[in-house]
Each structure stands twice: as C-alpha cells, then as structure tokens.
Write a protein that binds this ligand. Structure first.
Ligand code: FAD
Length: 471
C-alpha cells in the first residue's frame, strides 16, 4: 500500500519537533500536525517562560539581599506586566527555531489543526485526511485540574495562564508543591507576593533524595513561603476578586484567602479526542500511552514519545525519546531508551539537581552500597557568595561505582553533568580527586567529596604502612 507520508507526527512540542527534523534529515517524507502553537509547552507555557520569569524573580531576591554584601539597594514594587513582557520577548526570540516556516524549510509538511486517529495508518487533521506508514503520538500533557467543589466557578491560573498576569498578586495560593508550584511560588515570593503552597505530601521534593527535603523546606520558609504540608484542599470559592480555600490540615480545618490561585497539582496526558480507543492503543490507569523501550505502542506501526508516555516529563526526555523513535520507526531498528541515568533540575534558588538513582530507589532495587555527602558550607566559593545552603551526595552501587548524584547549589543544573559523565563512564567516587578544578568554584565540591571518600577508605593498616615506609 502507498501512503501519503513515511511518518506522521502528531504534536509539535519538544518530542514531535525532534522526530520531524530527524526524520526529514534522513530523507523521509514527514507530516507534522499541531493544533495550537509550534514549540508546545516548553516554548510557550513551560521551560522558557518559567526560566525567563525566574531570572527577574531571583534578581529581585538578590537585590533584597544587598545589605548582606555591604551595599544599599531597594526593590520597588515590581511591574509584573513589564516582567511578563520580557518573558514574551524571549519566547518570540526562540520561536523562529520551532516555527512552521523553519520546519517547512527542512522539508517537513506542517498541518495546523486538531488531529485524530481514524485507523492505524490514517489521521484526520483539520478538514483533511492523510495516511502514513508510521505514526507518532507526541501530544504532551496538560495541567491536571482536581475535582474540587467550587473550583470551576473560580478564576484559577495554570501554567498556561500565569504568564499573562499583569499585576503582582498580593497573596498567591498554590495547590500542588511539585516543581512547577515550587519554582513559581518561590519566584512570586521573591518579587514580593505573599505565597502559600498547599500539598498533601509530608515532604516537598518527594522524588529527590531525602536530604533535599529539610534543606529546601528551610530555604523556602526563610524566604517567607508559607507551606501547608500534609494538607488537603476541601473546597474553593470566590467573592468578587477574593478567592477562599478550605483546607484540611494536620491541625484541623483552615481557611485562607487570596487574590490569585495557581493549580499545579500534577499533569495528565493530552490525548482527549485523539481516538486512541478506536485503534486499541493501550494506556495505563492514568491514561498515559504505554510503550516498550523502543517507544513502540501496542499498535505496531504507532510510536509515542514525550510527556504523553508518562514518566520523566522533561524536555530533554522528550528529545531523548524522540531520538529513539527516528531510527526505530524509519529503519525498523530496536534502539532502546535507558532510564537509569536521567538528569533533572528544579530551578528553585538554590537549584536542586539529580541524575541516576536516588538512595531510596537504589535500595529498593537492591543495588545500593553506600552514599557519601559533602556540605556546600565547607566550600570557599559558597562562603564568598554567602550561598551556603546545599550539598553534593553521591550514591554508590555494589561495585563502588557512582550510580546516582544529588546536588543542591546555586548552579546545580549546570554542574550535574559532571556526575552524569561519571555515571555513564562507570567511574568510582574517587574519580574527581585527580582532576584540576578552578579555584574557587562550587564545582570543587566534587573533588572535596572524592578526597573525603579516599581518606575514609584508607584502612588503619594502610596508614601504618605509609607511616613506617615514608614518615
Ligand atoms: C511550567 C513548566 C515548566 C517546565 N520547565 C521545564 C524545565 O525547566 N525543563 C524541562 O526539561 N522541562 C520542563 N517542563 C516540562 C516540559 O515542558 C515538557 O516535558 C515538554 O514540553 C514535553 O514535550 P512534549 O513534546 O512531550 O509535549 P508538548 O511540548 O506539550 O507538545 C505537545 C504538542 O502537541 C499538541 N497537540 C496536543 N493534542 C493534539 C492534537 N490532537 N492534534 C494536534 N496537536 C496536538 C499540543 O498543542 C502541543 O503543542 C516544564 C513544564 C511546565 C508546565
């Protein structure tokens, strides 16, 4: 049978764009279908706007710390409209890279419109019907809106609307203390809003190593972020501009009111109207598309990549999975995704970065030997910057090789690739001892940890031998 396209990609976000450009680069005839904005969540409502916003927010925090550095400066009430205009400017600067024009110049045929699967080779996109030998679903995820009494009658914000705010909220209430709620919550606090984060978990950062929990709780509380943990929202209501939340906390029922509410209580797959059931594509109980490690769905010629597949909802994971789809779909290869060395960073101040296994995860799998930690407050650069909250923790596997790392520091996201490299190359905890690091840098914490590990590993008989031979 002859198809219109070698491959049809539904969704032009991080995953879909990677696949479309990769497939076109190999000479395939590619259709890319998008129903909203090219670039998907990352460019329009995720990574790019949030990190641009956080630059202003974290600078505001630094200005408020001027006296710590023997300077005199005052932060006027920020003009949020101007901050958000800068956010839009940065999106516009990056946009051409993901644009329809660029993709068409790469030889990809772009269709703008709602798309759904008719059968396993046919897709309806807008008012057209096209066929493809292979199809990829890369439709991403969206904010999960909990079923709460009154929520539908309240003008709440999500990651899709918060960057359109023009006035700084005086009290921003946030349902959900995951990465989105924490990054934005701390950011708005730095700009001067009162911020309350409500989360049902006992700890923030539950997916990170436990040492992160208290360090970051203290940082956020010192910033003035109000945390209601182990708390459940019962109901929400609004009178004029005032929104009130009824919360069941460990102390009983509490009511808080504010002028803005952000709902950031997790994500759900964006598969509504796609017609997955029409062709029997299997999903898990939360609706995420089930794939094997080669990103193939339960329907042989259909692949899926990115947030719509569930775990590790990051742009770099969408790109990584997309990179597996291209050869597997076009050349019938079986390149498998490996989820053992995945890095992630939460862009709070300080940043929390992780790669590989956490200690609880490694213990659960029975591959844990030991972990070692070095505190950032022993690092000279951290002292000179007075940014002392943080640590580096390495997780070692049974053979003493590094299998995971967690780093909390100002630029943890920039430094975690050192650990990614060490894990990928099968290095041991002593790996950083023989490297030369620039002084003073926070990255020296890797070397300090190696030295501490080596010192700790020296057995008494070794020390005695050195003493008797050389000292
Ligand atoms: C506030 C926020 C901050 C974030 N920050 C980071 C960060 O700093 N680093 C990081 O790595 N990740 C971050 N993420 C996550 C990141 O944005 C996602 O992991 C990434 O965008 C996933 O890419 P994707 O291609 O799977 O999906 P998306 O980017 O969501 O793209 C899917 C596309 O499919 C389109 N689509 C959906 N249904 C259809 C249909 N039926 N027909 C046609 N088109 C359709 C959508 O319009 C969308 O454009 C953040 C997310 C949020 C919300």
């Amino acid at each position: 049978m002859k198809y219109d396209y070698h491959i049809i990609v539904i969704g032009a976000g991080s995953a879909g764009l990677t696949i479309a450009s990769g497939a076109a680069g190999l000479g395939a005839n590619v259709a890319l279908l998008e129903n909203h904005k090219m670039g998907g969540d990352c460019l329009n409502y995720g990574c790019v706007p949030s990190k641009t916003f956080l630059r202003s927010a974290h600078l505001a925090k630094d200005i408020s710390r001027a006296a710590e550095f023997a300077l005199d400066a005052n932060l006027n009430i920020p003009d949020l409209k101007a901050v958000m205009q800068r956010v839009k400017k940065v999106i516009a600067e990056i946009e051409p890279h993901d644009s329809r024009e660029r993709y068409e110049s790469l030889g990809v045929k772009v269709f703008m419109g709602e798309s759904s699967l008719i059968d396993n080779h046919t897709v309806k996109t807008g008012d057209k019907t096209i066929t493809g030998k292979k199809i990829v679903i890369a439709t991403g995820s969206k904010a999960r809106i909990p079923e709460l009494p009154g929520l539908n009658e309240v003008s709440y914000l999500t990651n899709k609307t918060i960057f359109d705010l023009e006035k700084l909220p005086s009290h921003l209430m946030i349902i959900g203390g995951g990465p989105i709620g924490l990054e934005l919550g701390q950011g708005f606090r730095h700009l001067g809003s009162r911020v309350t984060i409500i989360d049902r978990n006992e700890h923030l950062f539950p997916k990170d190593d436990p040492e992160v929990w208290d360090v970051m709780k203290k940082v956020l509380q010192d910033d003035g972020v109000e945390l209601l943990l182990q708390s459940k929202v019962n109901a929400v209501s609004q009178k004029d501009k005032e929104i009130t939340i009824e919360i069941k906390t460990s102390k009983g029922i509490e009511f808080i009111s504010g002028d803005a509410l952000l709902v950031s209580s997790g994500r759900i797959p964006d598969t509504e109207g796609l017609g997955l059931a029409n062709i029997g594509i299997k999903t898990d109980k939360r609706g995420y598309i089930i794939t094997d490690r080669s990103m193939r769905t339960s329907t042989k010629n259909i692949f899926a990549a990115g947030d719509v597949t569930g775990p590790f909802q990051f742009t770099h994971m969408a790109g990584y999975q997309g990179g597996k789809v291209v050869p597997n779909a076009l050349m019938n290869l079986r390149q498998k995704a490996n989820y053992n060395i995945v890095p992630w960073t939460t862009y709070t101040k300080p940043e929390v970065a992780h790669v590989g296994y956490t200690e609880p995860w490694a213990k659960k799998l029975g591959i844990f030997k030991e972990s070692i930690i070095s505190q950032l407050n022993e690092n000279d650069r951290a002292k000179s910057q007075n940014d002392r909250a943080g640590f580096l923790k390495l997780i070692l596997g049974k053979k003493g090789k590094i299998i995971g790392a967690t780093l909390v520091s100002e630029k943890a996201g920039e430094m975690i690739p050192l650990a990614t490299m060490a894990i990928t190359k099968g290095m041991k905890a002593s790996a950083f001892a023989s490297l030369i690091f620039s002084y003073p840098t926070e990255a020296e914490i890797f070397q300090r940890l190696s030295f501490n590990y080596l010192k700790r590993s020296l057995k008494p008989w070794m020390k005695n031998l050195i003493k008797s031979l050389f000292l």
